[in-house]
Design a binder for this molecule. Structure first.
Ligand SMILES: NC(=O)c1ccc[n+]([C@@H]2O[C@H](COP(=O)([O-])OP(=O)(O)OC[C@H]3O[C@@H](n4cnc5c(N)ncnc54)[C@H](OP(=O)(O)O)[C@@H]3O)[C@@H](O)[C@H]2O)c1
Length: 325
């Protein structure tokens, strides 16, 4: 038997149960990983609440973790028992001591990256990789706006943007979070709970506004985000921390300056083994160079996943959070 977190109905954190299960043996093309650390992500909350549908209930939860390969299925030649690995995609169920998934979704860890760092960085770091290097291929010299800059994805983005020579203006909800984002390399910060964001962006950029806005807050920030773009700028809406953006009138993109908009996901970018490996290599190089340092600001025992999710949903976390089986 092995422990995992599962939920039999959608709802608040109280639906999460810590249970004993018989771990699945890996099928053809699959591996089983004994997790040393599991990454906590906002998307886990979307599945738990029912905003994103799950295949069936009861369901496991979580897609990010790192550990050691514990068993391999038939026809897996790329990985062996004992390999140190990490993953950020695949079936829900990473909140567990043992997780079985396709070997195609797993990468071997370089020696210099420990499992806690990998679990804290894989999903969030691969997301920053595609957002800064692919969704808009930043060259250096651009000015971008990044909402929730002191969060898990945001803390990595501040450092990566700085390394690229990009001026990142980060929004945050407190002076403590502003200090953290600036320490991580944000060029400027705005408290979006107190200040007029578009007005502050206008001042900071001498009226030039932003090339790209990265918005994972969603409902509450959508329209303000559009107001922070220069003409023909790109709006990247990549999350729903405050609720999903709905009922958009496309004409607003014309009114606010012939804007572009995209709604990307990690699954849409790391969609082949080749692309996944290239993105992971880029992330690992950033981690090994020290240009990106992952801040594991919260650690919870796996059994306390509900408390960890409650803290994340209530804006009480900064940086990355991991669960330890
Ligand atoms: N599309 C993709 O590929 C992809 C991949 C990974 C993550 N994401 C998205 O990126 C975002 C960040 O993920 P994360 O796991 O790193 O979380 P996080 O940024 O650590 O936490 C979310 C942050 O959002 C801010 N926020 C603003 N309004 C909020 C509200 N009403 N409720 C809760 N938080 C609110 C809070 O920061 P302040 O207190 O400073 O406002 C909070 O700390 C999420 O929206 C997630 O879904 C998308």
């Amino acid at each position: 038997m092995a422990k995992r977190i599962q939920f039999a109905r959608t709802g608040g954190p109280e639906v999460l149960e810590y249970v004993d299960v018989t771990p699945a043996a890996p099928g053809p093309g699959e591996v089983r990983v004994r997790n040393e650390a599991v990454g906590l992500n906002f998307i886990d909350i979307y599945f738990r609440t029912g905003l994103y549908p799950v295949a069936s209930l009861p369901s496991g939860l979580g897609t990010e973790g790192a550990g050691v390969v514990d068993a391999v299925g038939e026809s897996v030649s790329s990985l062996a028992v004992g390999d140190r690995v990490a993953y950020a995609q695949g079936p829900l169920g990473a909140y567990a001591e043992l997780h079985t998934l396709s070997a195609e979704k797993v990468v071997r860890l370089p020696e210099g990256i420990d499992c806690e760092t990998a679990a804290a960085a894989m999903l969030k770091g691969l997301t920053v990789q595609y957002l800064l290097r692919q969704t808009y291929a930043l060259q250096g010299g651009e000015t971008i706006l990044w909402h929730a800059a002191a969060g898990g994805v945001g803390s990595i983005a501040c450092q990566w943007a700085k390394a690229l020579g990009v001026k990142l203006i980060g929004t945050v909800s407190s002076p403590e979070k502003a200090a953290l984002a600036e320490k991580n390399g944000a060029w400027a910060t705005i408290d979006y709970t107190q200040e007029d964001v578009a007005e502050r962006v206008r001042e900071l950029t001498n009226g030039a506004m932003c090339d790209v806005v990265y918005d994972s807050v969603g409902k509450d920030t959508w329209e303000t985000s559009l107001d922070c773009l220069k003409k023909r700028g790109l709006m990247v809406s990549f999350g729903n921390a405050s609720g999903p953006v709905e009922g958009v009138n496309l004409g607003i993109l014309n009114q606010k300056g012939s804007l572009y908009v995209t709604r990307p996901s990690l699954a849409g970018y790391a969609d082949t083994r080749e692309r996944f490996e290239a993105m992971a290599d880029d992330l690992f190089a950033m981690l090994e160079s020290g240009k990106v340092q992952v801040d594991i600001a919260q650690r919870y025992p796996l059994k306390d996943a509900a408390a960890a999710q409650e803290a994340l949903a209530n804006r009480r976390t900064t940086g990355s959070t991991i669960l330890i089986p």
